[in-house]
Design a protein around this ligand. Structure first.
Ligand SMILES: [Cu+2]
Length: 92
């Protein structure tokens, strides 16, 4: 990958054509997550994040996750809460 994510930051806006039609502004964020150690953790984080509305989980690895979400519907607090509920913590 050309742009290696520095982690914990919102990187870019990227709308799919259908999202553009709906007037949504989707943000892509690379999250840094503390406390993940194995593939079970990856599953837990995936499921925790998937509960948020207007968000899709693009990728989850041990220690990180990439999500795309509607910034009008999902805040950084929502992301932190979802990760905490799964048993981990978001590194700011
Ligand atoms: Cu684990």
């Amino acid at each position: 990958m050309k742009n290696k994510p520095s982690g914990g930051r919102i990187l870019e806006y990227r709308n799919s054509p259908s999202e553009q039609k709906q007037g949504k502004i989707m943000k892509t964020a690379d999250l840094k997550i503390e406390g993940m150690t194995c593939s079970h953790c990856v599953m837990s984080v995936k499921q925790g994040l998937a509960k948020l509305p207007e968000l899709r989980v693009e990728d989850v690895q041990i220690g990180s996750a990439r999500v795309v979400f509607d910034e009008a519907k999902v805040s950084e607090t929502d992301l932190a809460k979802a990760i905490e509920e799964a048993g981990y913590s978001l590194i700011p």
